[in-house]
Design a protein around this ligand. Structure first.
Ligand code: LAC
Ligand code: ZN
Length: 372
């Protein structure tokens, strides 16, 4: 077991080259604040950004709400330095925005869940900090309306930085823990943010508002002021913690479907919950088609756990049937290892295992993860 929390130095901020060089233990939120002071922006935004580190974000290619406009961790990795389990030190990528010198090993490491080696330094791409941010909270009576707003916003070519959805189970949990207000009869929320140059952000926010109303929103709240925006985002970031307070065991999923199939997936999760007599909260990065169906259960109740596992399996199958994927940003770990072949096929598994063997011939890096 390696603990890298003390490798937490921001070694360089090269503002003219729009990059930063950091060690893996740097906390994501701290890095973002430091960069903001210099007018720079590192967009990947895991909900856990106050605790999660760049190394961990690289391990799973963390995404979060801003993925919709800005992409995931993998889109910001210019280069990595890593120590292989053989003791070799490899340098991948470059300090340039373009690099096709050989295989893209930096990208291969990103999302490899610590199975290939230990990242000791990362060169991250930066972009200029947006001038304006406007957060928009739309309340709906029905989850389907909230999901259809998201699908319509995507097909209308809108590009807010975030398009987050929360169902009524999530909403009632965060209402208790964060004091978030929403009108009587609300059973779903869409939280989005428009950013960029002032005029662009204002126009984008108005379009999101109009589309929300068209899709049946019962109220739309718009916030420009930093503290009020932060309050709304803090409520969203606290979603998982708020749900985890409801029952002793929480099984958090991370499926992604094509954005046009979002409404189908949301309905399927509700149907699967009903069929297995389970409470499943649904929230997530709807703009990316990425949902976190969260099964609230109790590991002391064997029958309930059996149903929870069956429900998780049904959720995976449904996501794959809709042309989706098992995990958008949390990875495979132990739990989804048995489902990998359904998505990547036997040949896909074989080639991945061969890659794993060439980096880690003795199988000492995060053993047992990802492959059964
Ligand atoms: C979130 C984490 C669980 O989006 O990915 O809240
Ligand atoms: Zn998430």
């Amino acid at each position: 077991v390696l603990c890298l929390t003390k490798m937490n130095s921001i070694k360089e901020v090269a503002s003219a080259d729009l990059l930063t060089v950091v060690e893996p233990g740097v906390v994501t939120g701290e890095l973002q604040r430091k960069l903001e002071e210099e007018g720079l922006f590192y967009p990947p935004d895991p909900a856990s950004l106050e605790a999660s580190s760049i190394g961990g974000n690289i391990g799973n290619s963390a995404g979060g709400p801003r993925g919709f406009k800005y992409g995931m961790t993998k889109d910001y990795i210019l280069g990595l330095e890593a120590v292989l389990p053989t003791g070799e030190l490899v340098k991948t990528g470059a300090r340039t925005v373009k690099c096709v010198t050989g295989y893209d090993l930096a990208r291969l490491f990103t999302g490899s869940e610590g199975t290939l080696g230990v990242v000791t330094s990362a060169i991250l791409r930066l972009i200029p900090l947006p001038e304006e941010r406007i957060t928009i909270l739309a309340s709906f009576k029905r989850l389907e309306d909230a999901a259809s707003l998201v699908s319509e916003a995507v097909s209308a070519g809108l590009a807010p930085s975030a398009l987050e959805i929360m169902d009524n189970v999530t909403l009632s949990a965060i209402r208790e823990s964060s004091g978030l207000n929403s009108p009587e009869g609300t059973s779903a929320l869409v939280l989005s943010e428009a950013d960029g140059f002032k005029e662009v952000a204002v126009k984008e926010a108005q379009k999101v508002r109009d589309l929300s109303v068209k899709n049946g929103a019962i109220s739309v709240q718009m916030e420009k002021e930093k503290e009020r925006r932060e309050k709304l985002w803090a409520a969203r970031r606290g979603a998982f913690a708020a749900l985890a307070r409801k029952k002793p065991t929480t099984i958090l999923e991370d499926i992604v479907v094509p954005r046009t199939r979002l409404v189908d997936m949301v309905k399927s999760v509700a149907e699967i919950g009903k069929r297995h007599q389970l409470v499943i909260a649904t929230y997530g990065h709807a703009g990316d088609g990425n949902l976190h169906p969260t099964i609230l259960c109790d590991k002391r109740d064997e029958d309930e756990m059996r149903r929870a596992r069956a429900a998780a399996g049904d959720i995976f199958e449904r996501a794959l049937d809709l042309g989706g994927t098992l995990s958008g940003e949390h990875g495979i770990g132990f739990e989804k290892a048995g489902f990998m072949h359904k998505e990547v096929g036997e040949a896909g598994i074989r080639i991945m295992k061969r890659l794993k063997d060439s980096f880690d011939p003795k199988g000492i890096m995060n053993p047992g993860k990802m492959f059964e």
